[in-house]
Ligand binder design. Structure first.
Ligand code: BG6
Length: 477
């Protein structure tokens, strides 16, 4: 269990709190990780009392927690930990009441599950009213800026009230079990690290494919697009974990220093190495333009790009990144394709293929290493590729199938005071510094994204991005 804490959630009636944060906290309570003396205080604009809030949370649990985990006893105990205060982020209402609810001497965390435009006002009022102290932690959600300038301004605002060690910038991809597993696989085995460089790795593919569109979030998404919404944060974090040097210790700054070096080594991307796409309706389903409600939108719902790192380890190994909405399947995976052996003694044996290590982030989390063996049977020396398969659900049983949601892990890290899986301010700024010129480049060109059918694998042009290098994307399935 973690220590007893007071957690204040600003934006407690919002979508993220309802879907992820509150159900996640309930599950952690059920697993015995949250001591019952802790208190979770919802804060939002709606006029409501504690009972009203508890009723809302009960509904959220009903909707977002699996039936076998919805036990009336624990639910009632969990709800008893909740309180609510109606608060005006940019006015005076509610703040002194909030001050009366948090208890001295305990871990105190504030979750800013609100629009970034409110971060500054909330931070300021927490100080003004003496609600936050030097030990308090704040958790902030993405989007963390929309370019380098806005990210810097946001960092500066937060820095005027909190030190870096108090600020937890969430990238929920870092809380995914398999993403953390990347570090374990790389740095707890001797097997991979000696091969983990451009001498032995031909290329890396990082895919985050979604089947959902932007329905309901059109207003936000249309100002963002796949590059800002997914690449600048989630895909870059994955890239960092794959490409970084071994940190000297699994310690927040040691890990984040190494990630930062990766971001800084990223080469500027040529516009010819980027494909932007936008889905069009198919089989009765609407296209992006309907979903976003901007009939002339040039926002990309898909992006694929080829990226190079200028450092000793990776010079010459391209990283291909792609992400998109309304694709054929929901798949997130990292595939590492190794080079050919230096010499083949099986010259005339058909069937040879490269070794590929696939790290599957979701769904069906696990790892799969494709190796060559002799095709069984008397037919002479023919080769065939077989998977060394480690699906978490199979190897780890129920535990593997029932992994905590990314938010659960991350919120508990906030309470434990562990920043390893949170982005540091300089990391976020470096990521924007790399992304900005690319976005400016295509905005200046002003062209429309390529079209792809909803339910397809993305635009044709993205296939070309790899074909012209003599490589191909893995199937999205
Ligand atoms: C969010 C993006 O950060 O991540 C969404 O804003 C996206 O557009 C989501 O759908 C994907 O997260 P997950 O955990 O479903 O892969």
């Amino acid at each position: 269990p973690v220590e007893i804490f007071d957690l204040v959630i600003f934006g407690a009636t919002g979508d993220l709190a309802r879907r992820k944060i509150l159900p996640g906290l309930y599950r952690r309570y059920l697993s015995g990780q949250i001591p019952s003396g802790s208190r979770i205080i919802g804060a939002a604009r709606s006029a409501m009392d504690g009972a009203g809030f508890r009723a809302q949370v009960a509904e959220a649990i009903e909707e977002f927690v699996a039936a076998d985990k919805r036990q009336p006893g624990p639910i009632a105990e969990f709800l008893a930990m909740l309180d609510y205060v109606a608060i005006d982020a940019s006015g005076e209402a509610g703040w002194s009441e909030l001050k009366g609810l948090v208890r001295p001497g305990l871990i105190r965390a504030f979750y800013f599950s609100v629009a970034p435009s409110l971060f500054g006002e909330i931070a300021e009022r927490l100080h003004l009213h003496g609600i936050a102290d030097a030990q308090s932690r704040i958790v902030v959600e993405k989007p963390f800026g929309r370019d380098l300038a806005t990210a810097r301004a946001l960092n500066a605002t937060l820095a005027s009230h909190f030190s870096e060690s108090q600020i937890y910038r969430i990238d929920h991809y870092l809380g995914k079990e398999t993403v953390q597993n990347l570090m374990a696989v790389r740095f707890a085995n001797i097997l991979f690290e000696p091969l983990w460089n451009s001498q032995f790795i031909d290329h890396v593919q990082i895919t985050v494919a979604e089947t959902v569109g932007v329905e309901g979030r059109g207003a936000y998404y249309d100002k963002s697009g796949a590059m800002r919404d997914m690449v600048q944060n989630h895909l870059m974090q994955l890239l960092c974990l794959i490409a970084m040097e071994p940190p000297y210790h699994f310690d927040p700054d040691a890990v984040r220093d190494e990630k930062l070096k990766v971001i800084r080594a990223l080469q500027p991307v040529e516009l010819t190495d980027v494909v932007r796409g936008q889905y069009v309706g198919s089989k009765g389903e609407g296209g992006y333009l309907e979903d976003s409600e901007n009939p002339d939108s040039r926002t990309e719902s898909y992006v694929a790009l080829k990226v190079h790192l200028a450092n000793w380890r990776w010079k010459g190994t391209p990283f291909y990144l792609r992400t998109g909405k309304r694709l054929r399947a929901r798949t997130s995976e990292i595939a590492i394709t190794f080079k050919e052996p230096p010499h083949s003694i099986f010259d005339d044996a058909p069937g040879w293929r490269e070794n590929v290590l696939v790290i599957r982030l979701q769904p069906n989390e696990g790892m799969n290493l494709k190796v060559m063996i002799k095709e069984p049977g008397p037919g002479g020396m023919r080769l065939t590729q077989v998977p060394l398969d480690m699906s978490f659900a199979t190897v780890l049983g129920a535990e593997g199938a029932d992994m905590p949601d990314a938010y659960e892990r991350l919120i508990m890290d906030v309470i434990r005071g562990n920043q390893t899986l949170f982005m540091r301010g300089d990391e976020v700024e470096a990521a924007w510094a790399w992304v900005d010129p690319l976005i400016k480049g295509w905005e200046a060109r002003g062209d429309r994204p390529a079209r792809y059918e909803a339910g397809s694998s993305g635009p044709e042009d993205a296939l070309m991005l790899m074909h012209r290098d003599g490589r191909r994307w893995r199937e999205i399935s």
